[in-house]
Ligand binder design. Structure first.
Ligand SMILES: Nc1ncnc2c1ncn2[C@@H]1O[C@H](COP(=O)(O)OP(=O)(O)OP(=O)(O)O)[C@@H](O)[C@H]1O
Ligand SMILES: *[C@@H]1O[C@H](CO)[C@@H](O)[C@H](O)[C@H]1NC(C)=O
Ligand SMILES: *[C@@H]1O[C@H](CO)[C@@H](O)[C@H](O)[C@H]1NC(C)=O
Ligand SMILES: [Mg+2]
Length: 440
């Protein structure tokens, strides 16, 4: 949006256009076009959010891959499966059904985090996009006794949203805390129908997040660790079947005896492994870098050691994953009570300050200069144009009168001349007649 405004502000820097006595000068044309585009774009941007449904557009899978590499730690399975699932689905112009992925795993391992990354790569506004919808069970569907109302509501929402945009993304958070049976309300939308009540649901994306099967994943990861194997050797086939089975059999949870699982409507079951201390450290490091602070290994160790790990003796896996990392980090970044500031030297504060100040100055200077330019230019050109207009009006009126007089004068002249000539002819005729009569 700002670039349009910038263009408008830039306009007065072009040569001043007012030269009333010449044919329209080129700078005036340029100025007018530039001003028109600038204000038009600005207004257009202002009234449209600039976001559009990505029905046909490509999503940059390489970009998504890079983001996942840089930001999601210790989840080789989730990374691989997500990329594979999305690249296949998004490239397919005519998928046979909507995409349904279910993320499973213990707390704080990145399930919400990866969904945010995915959302951001399909719609740049991410979770704020009007085509990305997140349903949180404990927030949207808290009461088991309203099951039927929720079912209707959920169907209505999905129908409405997919009608508005085929490439809609639906994220169901905390599916394990959903009232049992509710998730089956969306079964028709995940099934192999071309059109359902004239709506095509096959381009939609459904993502389910749950802690279901977290215990199984934890145990598997621990077994691998105990056997001295690296976690990267864990294969999807080691867990996939357990994921769906344990979700299906988890009583009082959203997937309990769900026909989504029963009828194989979920395309991918993705395990999220518990995070080790090295991954927690990577999370801390990324958090520090995102905050624009200089990375300090001592600080990273301090925060990492402050987290709890299990099993009690070996302390391999973080109990809360990376979940409380930012809170813990903020605690360490706070100045301590007795005045000594326990905080890494923070150069970026200065650079940020400098940046800020220079921007402020730039803003003030450019706005003042634009203001004066505009005001003076505006006033002077206004006056010039007004004078020009007045002179035209006077000239017009005068010339009108002049022409009128001229016309009147001509009319008189012509009339007079005619009379005079007639008179002359007549006089001559009389004279000639007299002559003739004299001679006779
Ligand atoms: N694998 C990971 N790589 C990088 N950061 C992570 C990872 N897992 C978690 N985080 C960080 O921890 C925060 C919390 O993670 P997230 O909300 O995704 O957990 P979750 O899996 O949804 O947990 P829960 O099951 O409790 O909802 C994220 O915002 C992110 O900053
Ligand atoms: C789309 O879903 C949201 C919930 O995320 C809901 O509030 C909204 O009413 C839905 N839109 C339509 C047109 O149904
Ligand atoms: C004051 O700072 C010292 C280290 O400089 C620290 O050991 C001590 O715990 C601090 N006291 C309080 C009250 O924070
Ligand atoms: Mg979560």
């Amino acid at each position: 949006m700002e670039k349009w405004l910038f263009l408008v502000l830039l306009c007065p820097l072009l040569p001043a256009p007012v030269r009333p006595h010449e044919p329209v000068p080129l700078p005036a044309v340029v100025f007018g076009v530039c001003l028109g585009i600038g204000t038009g774009g600005f207004i257009w941007n202002f009234f449209s959010s600039g976001e559009s449904c990505k029905e046909l557009e490509e999503v940059d899978i390489a970009d998504l891959q890079e983001d996942l590499e840089n930001r999601l730690f210790g989840q080789h399975l989730a990374k691989g499966i997500t990329l594979q699932a999305l690249s296949g689905f998004l490239r397919n112009e005519n998928p046979s059904k909507a995409l349904a992925i279910s993320f499973h795993g213990p707390t704080g391992t990145g399930k919400n985090y990866i969904s945010q990354i995915i959302a951001r790569h399909i719609y740049p506004e991410g979770m704020k996009s009007r085509y990305v919808h997140q349903f949180v069970s404990t927030l949207h569907f808290p009461h088991v006794q309203h099951l039927d109302t929720y079912k209707d509501q959920l169907q209505q929402w999905i129908r409405g949203n997919v009608t508005a945009c085929k490439r809609s993304v639906f994220i169901f958070d905390e599916v394990d805390k959903m009232p049992s049976g509710l998730i089956d309300a969306i079964k028709p939308y995940l099934d192999y129908y071309d059109y359902l009540e004239k709506v095509d649901y096959r381009k939609a994306i459904f993502i389910f997040l749950s802690n279901a099967a977290g215990e199984i994943i934890n145990k598997l990861a621990l077994d691998f660790w105990k056997a001295g194997k690296v976690r990267e050797d864990i294969k999807l086939s080691d867990v996939e079947h357990h994921l769906s089975l344990s979700a299906f059999n988890m009583k009082d949870s959203g997937f309990w005896h769900s026909s989504l699982i029963d009828r194989n409507l979920i395309d991918f079951y993705v395990p999220f492994l518990p995070l080790e201390q090295q991954h927690v450290k990577m999370c801390i490091k990324r958090e520090i870098m995102d905050g624009g602070i200089i990375v300090d290994d001592e600080l990273i160790s301090k925060v990492a050691n402050d987290m709890t790990y299990y099993p009690k003796d070996e302390k391999v896996f973080s109990v809360k994953g990376c979940k409380v990392v930012s809170t813990k980090l903020n605690f360490y970044l706070l100045p301590t009570m007795n005045g000594t500031v326990d905080r890494p030297r923070n150069l970026s504060v200065f650079s940020n300050l400098f940046n800020f100040v220079s921007w402020v100055f730039w803003g003030i200077c450019s706005s003042i200069s634009s203001f004066f330019y505009f005001v003076f230019w505006g006033i002077s050109s206004l006056f010039l144009n007004i004078f020009y207009l007045i002179s035209w009006v006077f000239w017009g009126i005068c010339s009108l009168f002049l022409n009128l007089f001229y016309l009147v004068r001509w009319v008189f002249w012509v009339t007079c001349a005619i009379f005079l000539n007639i008179h002359f002819v007549y006089e001559n005729y009389v004279l000639v007649a007299l002559c003739f009569s004299e001679f006779r």
